[in-house]
Design a protein around this ligand. Structure first.
Ligand code: PMP
Length: 359
């Protein structure tokens, strides 16, 4: 039996993707071997790699003039790779701080560049995004970095910042492929795969070509965009099974209406859950409505001494992975692409029932 899985990442994958992988697990393409057991340089795997890149480009509408990389080291690796590839020592870089993941990106960038935090949402306890017009870039900044969706705080930018001629760099780890986005507005988009792209172990970087080829000499080759682009992301052995699953997941997105389909589905799920949290007295979500994430919905019970019981009863009802991040506590329901409306409806029914029996 499959549970209703609200994990933040690694997160639920579509059952169709898992069943397809299962059906091909021991014999991929009639080879008598699994996709994990063939060379990454073989014709069969190179087809998996290039088809998934083509599909990612098609679904996201990646324009000409951008390179798509499939890397390792997670989004955390990119926290370092970005300043190493995009700046020279002593450069100034602008960052927006909207919460936990912004802070990690900032801390890592400080090792390589002079980081200016041009907006910091601490006054709202990171429950807001800055007003678009309040973002004033530092003269000569090499790029502007922001976190499109804060996975822990549940704060999502309702707009794409305008960075003028300065390259805009964004962490899309927990919101990529959840709705259409204008890639041409960005210098670089990056995302760990383990929410909306596939399993953990693979990281997608979409980078404008003029930003490739300027890595500092000491940049490790596996994080050097030009070196990786020159080798079709196979300078070293890639995570082949993850790449294959990512490809199957993209096919699932295509077969379910592409990004407009995901947008419709995700908007409805988010509305269902926020409406319930706002309507029921026993639950609250601290994020300002305009910045509420469609992917990660943190919420608090009116009486936190009931948290344990809430989680136990939810688990017994088949609703799993609802506890908030260890740094903030409370609850969090992550409702990525693969989470169905039915799962969200089941959660809402449970919220109502728990309130009725405990409030
Ligand atoms: N950025 C965001 C927004 C995230 O949600 C995460 C992981 N949850 C990371 C960065 C770090 O990703 P990774 O574990 O792949 O390094």
């Amino acid at each position: 039996m499959r549970v209703h899985n609200f994990a933040a990442g690694p997160a639920a994958l579509p059952i169709e993707v898992l069943e397809r992988a299962q059906s091909e697990l021991t014999d991929f393409n009639g080879l008598g071997m699994s996709v994990m057991e063939i060379s990454h340089r073989s014709k069969n795997f190179v087809a998996v790699a290039s088809e998934s890149e083509a599909l990612l480009r098609e679904l996201l509408g990646v324009p000409e003039g951008y390179t798509v990389l499939f890397l390792q080291g997670g989004a955390t690796g990119q926290f370092a790779a970005i300043p190493m590839n995009l700046t020279s020592p002593g450069a100034t870089v602008d960052y927006v701080n909207t919460g936990s993941w912004s802070k990690k990106a900032i801390a890592e960038a400080k090792k390589y560049a002079d980081v200016r935090v041009i907006a910091d949402e601490k006054d709202s306890n990171y429950s807001t995004t800055p007003a678009a017009e309040s973002l004033v870039l530092t003269e000569g900044a090499a790029y502007l970095h922001y976190t499109a969706n804060e996975t822990i705080g549940g704060v999502e930018f309702p707009y794409v910042p305008d960075s003028g001629d300065v390259p805009l760099v964004a962490d899309f780890s927990s919101t990529i492929m959840s709705r259409p986005v204008d890639v041409s507005a960005f210098g670089l988009i990056y995302a760990g795969a383990q929410k909306n792209l596939g399993p953990s172990g693979i990281t997608v970087v979409i980078v404008r070509d003029d930003l490739v080829g300027h890595a500092r000499p000491e940049t490790p080759s596996v994080l050097d965009y030009a070196a990786m682009a020159g080798a079709d992301s196979m300078l070293n052995t890639p995570p082949t099974f993850g790449w294959y699953l990512l490809g199957l997941n993209l096919q699932w997105i295509r077969d379910n209406g592409g990004l407009p389909g995901m947008e419709q589905r995700n908007e409805r799920k988010a509305r269902t859950l926020y409406d319930a949290i706002d309507t029921l007295d026993f639950y609250s979500n601290p994020v300002e409505p305009a910045s509420r994430s469609w992917m990660n919905v943190p919420f608090l019970l009116a009486d936190d001494s009931l948290d344990k019981e809430f989680l136990a009863q939810a688990g017994a009802a088949g609703l799993t992975n609802l506890s908030g991040h260890r740094s903030v506590g409370g609850m969090r329901a992550s409702i990525y692409n693969a989470t169905s409306q039915e799962s969200v409806d089941a959660l809402v029914s449970f919220l109502k029932e728990f309130e009725r029996t405990h409030a």
